[in-house]
Write a protein that binds this ligand. Structure first.
Ligand code: 13P
Ligand code: SF4
Length: 336
C-alpha cells in the first residue's frame, strides 16, 4: 500500500491519487456523504461509465456541463470528464475548487492542436475570425474568438458576418460537416478525435442489413462517409433527445458507447446498438481518456480534494472571453 504522502507527491506523474481503499466501503454511499460534507457537485459527461453517471448530480454534453459549472454555488466541482472540461469549469468559476479524478484524462482532439503550431497557422490568416471547438486546451481557447460545442456550432458560425473568413479548429470532421450544412467555406485545422474516427463504414452498412429498421445516429466528429449514411447527426444531448422522441424503435449509435446508458434509461423499450469499429477485438468506441475515471478515483479525489485544476490568471481571463461569447450566442439561440 502506498502512503498518502507518497501518493500525493506522485500525482503529477501518475495522474491520480493511488491510495488503497477499504474494500468494505460502499462507494456510492461514501460519495454521497462527501458531496454533503464538502458542499461538492459531481458533474459527469455522457461518455462516463454507467456507475459514475448514476452517482452524478448532473450529466450532460459539453455545453450543458460548461453552463452547470458556471452557475453552481457548490464549493467544489468534481469533474467526471476529461481535462479540457475541468479546465473550462475552472475558467468559468475560478473561486471554486475544481478537481479531476485523473489528470491524465486528456483528449486526442485537444492534443492534435499544439498552441505554438496553431499560433503560426493563425498568423497566415490575420483577418479571419477563429472559432474553436471546446475540445481544446486553455492555451488554444486564449487564441480563439468564439468557442463552440457540437450543440451550438451552427449558431456560432452563423454569428460571423458572411464576408468574414473563419478559421475552424481543431476538429476537421466537425468543421467539414459545418461547411456542408451551412454552405460556408472555412479554413480547417487538421485535428480529429481518435474515438469518432475508428468506426467502420463497411461494418455499419452490414449491421444495417441485419437491422433494416434501425436509424443510424452519429456525432459530427465522425468522418464524412459515416455522416453521409447517418439518418440523424447531432451532439450527445441531441442524439439522446432524438432517440427518445423519435417514433423509431432501433438505433445504431455512432458515438462513444457511454451515451447508451442514458439512451436506455430515457427510452427503456427501445434497442440501441453500438456501432462497430475497424478492429475485431477492441472496445473501439470507448474513449480511453474518459474511461480513466473510476468510482474509486472519484471517491479519493473528493476525500483528499486532489488532483486540483489550477491556472494562471492571465491565461484564464484570455480563455474566458471566447467561452462567454459562446454562452451569449447559445442564450440568444435559446439553447440554454
Ligand atoms: P458533446 O458532448 O458536446 O457532444 O461532445 C462530445 C465529445 O467528444 C466530448 O469529448
Ligand atoms: Fe476527446 Fe474524442 Fe475522447 Fe471526446 S471522445 S474526449 S473528443 S478523444
Amino acid at each position: 500500500m502506498i502512503a498518502l504522502e507518497t501518493a500525493q507527491k506522485n500525482i503529477s506523474s501518475v495522474g491520480f491519487l493511488d491510495v488503497e481503499i477499504d474494500p468494505t466501503l460502499d462507494l456510492f454511499e461514501e460519495i454521497e456523504k462527501l458531496k454533503k460534507e464538502k458542499n461538492a457537485i459531481l458533474l459527469a459527461h455522457y461518455y462516463q461509465e454507467a456507475d459514475i453517471q448514476d452517482v452524478a448530480d448532473y450529466i450532460g454534453d459539453s455545453l450543458g456541463l460548461a453552463q452547470k459549472a458556471k452557475e453552481t454555488d457548490a464549493e467544489m466541482i468534481v469533474f467526471a470528464g476529461v481535462h479540457f472540461m475541468a479546465e473550462t469549469a475552472k475558467i468559468l468559476n475560478p473561486t471554486k475548487k475544481v478537481v479531476l479524478p485523473d489528470l491524465k484524462a486528456g483528449c486526442s482532439l485537444a492534443d492534435s492542436c499544439p498552441p505554438d503550431e496553431f499560433a503560426a497557422f493563425r498568423a497566415k490568416y490575420p483577418d479571419h475570425v477563429v472559432i474553436s471547438y471546446i475540445n481544446c486546451t486553455a492555451a488554444i481557447k486564449a487564441q480563439t474568438d468564439i468557442i463552440c460545442t457540437s450543440s451550438n456550432a451552427k449558431f456560432c458560425v452563423q454569428s460571423v458576418p458572411e464576408d468574414t473568413g473563419i478559421i475552424f479548429a481543431p476538429d476537421r470532421n466537425l468543421g467539414a460537416w459545418l461547411q456542408k450544412e451551412l454552405n460556408r467555406e472555412m479554413v480547417l485545422w487538421d485535428g480529429s478525435c481518435m474515438v469518432h474516427e475508428i468506426f467502420s463504414l463497411e461494418k455499419i452498412i452490414k449491421l444495417k442489413e441485419v437491422f433494416p429498421e434501425a436509424k443510424i445516429i452519429a456525432h459530427p466528429e465522425c468522418e464524412k462517409p459515416i455522416l453521409d449514411i447517418a439518418d440523424f447527426i447531432g451532439s450527445t444531448s441531441q442524439l439522446l433527445r432524438f432517440s427518445k422522441e423519435s417514433e423509431h424503435k432501433e438505433f445504431i449509435v455512432v458515438t462513444e458507447s457511454g451515451i447508451i446508458h442514458q439512451m436506455k434509461k430515457n427510452a427503456p423499450g427501445k434497442t440501441f446498438i453500438p456501432a462497430p469499429g475497424t478492429e475485431e477485438t477492441c472496445a473501439c468506441n470507448d474513449c480511453p481518456h474518459m474511461k480513466l475515471n473510476t468510482l474509486e478515483k472519484i471517491y479519493l479525489c473528493m476525500k483528499y480534494e486532489m488532483p486540483e485544476i489550477l491556472m494562471d490568471e492571465s491565461l484564464r481571463l484570455r480563455a474566458k472571453q471566447p467561452i462567454d461569447r459562446m454562452l451569449e450566442i447559445s442564450r440568444q439561440a435559446g439553447l440554454i
